[in-house]
Design a protein around this ligand. Structure first.
Ligand SMILES: Cc1cc2nc3c(=O)[nH]c(=O)nc-3n(C[C@H](O)[C@H](O)[C@H](O)COP(=O)(O)O)c2cc1C
Length: 225
C-alpha cells in the first residue's frame, strides 16, 4: 500500500514539474539570421521572462573560446541585445551608465555584414556589407562564432571634463554590458568571451566610425562547439 501511495505521489510530482516547465519554456519559431544580407531587420520584441535562476546563471558564467558558427535566431539576438543595452524603464537601461549618459552603441558583426542596433526601434541597420567577424579581433577563434558584438562609445554624449575621465567611465559602463551578456549566455547555454584585444584603428575604418566614436570592447557570442 505504502509503495502504491509513494508511486502515485512521485507520478503527481513529475506531472506538476513537467507542467511548470512547459509554462516557463517559450517556443522560439523565429528565423535564424546572419547569413542573408539585409538593409534593416525588425527584431521581435525581447522575451523578458524565463531563463535560468540568477544564482544558477552566475554559477555557470564563464569565458569560452570554442564556437560553432550556427546562427542565432532573431529572437535570441533580440534577447541578447536587450540584455546588453536595452530599455527596462522609460529612458533607462538594463545597465547603469555613469551620470546616465547612455553613450554606448552596440554593433553586431554577422556573416553578412556589420549592423548597428537601434535600441529604440529594436532594429538592425546595415553599416557595412560583408563578413568582417574575423577583423574584430586578433585571436584564432575570432570570427568562428555567429556573432561578434562591438561596444562603441559616442564621445559626443559623454560631456566629460577630460579624456581620461571619459575613458574610465565608458570602460566601466561597457563592463556592465559585458557581464549581462555573460549571464544571458550562461542562462541560454551559449558561449561567450569579452575581448579587449581588438584592432581598434583598423576596425574603426572598416566600420566607418566617426572620429568622435571609440571602440571599447568586443564580445564574441555563439553556440559552443
Ligand atoms: C576587460 C577584459 C578584457 C578581456 N579581453 C580578452 C581578450 O582580448 N581575449 C580573450 O580571449 N579574453 C579576454 N578576456 C577574458 C579573460 O581572459 C577571462 O575573463 C579570464 O581568463 C577569466 O576567465 P573567466 O571569464 O572564465 O572567469 C577579457 C576579460 C576582461 C574582463
Amino acid at each position: 500500500m505504502k509503495k502504491i501511495i509513494l508511486s502515485a505521489l512521485t507520478a503527481m510530482f513529475m506531472l506538476t514539474s513537467c507542467a511548470q516547465k512547459q509554462e516557463t519554456v517559450q517556443e522560439d519559431n523565429s528565423p535564424k539570421i546572419g547569413s542573408e544580407l539585409f538593409q534593416e531587420f525588425q527584431l521581435p520584441a525581447p522575451n523578458k521572462t524565463g531563463g535560468k535562476p540568477l544564482m544558477e546563471a552566475i554559477n555557470e558564467r564563464q569565458t569560452m573560446r570554442s564556437f560553432s558558427d550556427e546562427n542565432l535566431t532573431a529572437q535570441q539576438l533580440s534577447d541578447l541585445l536587450w540584455v546588453t543595452y536595452g530599455f527596462n524603464r522609460e529612458n533607462r537601461r538594463t545597465v547603469p551608465t555613469s551620470r546616465n549618459k547612455q553613450e554606448m552603441d552596440v554593433y553586431v558583426a554577422l556573416k553578412s555584414g556589420i549592423y548597428l542596433w537601434d535600441s529604440e526601434k529594436n532594429m538592425l541597420n546595415l553599416t557595412v556589407e560583408g563578413d568582417y567577424r574575423k577583423e574584430t579581433g586578433a585571436q584564432p577563434f575570432v570570427g568562428t562564432a555567429a556573432v561578434e558584438m562591438i561596444f562603441v562609445c559616442d564621445k559626443t554624449k559623454l560631456d566629460a571634463p577630460d579624456e581620461q575621465k571619459a575613458t574610465e567611465a565608458t570602460y566601466a559602463n561597457a563592463g556592465f554590458m559585458s557581464q549581462n551578456v555573460y549571464l544571458y549566455c550562461a542562462s541560454q547555454g551559449l558561449a561567450t568571451v569579452v575581448r579587449g584585444m581588438v584592432p581598434k584603428d583598423e576596425l574603426s575604418k572598416i566600420m566607418k566610425l566617426r572620429g568622435d566614436q571609440m571602440i571599447v570592447l568586443a564580445q564574441t557570442v555563439g553556440y559552443p562547439k
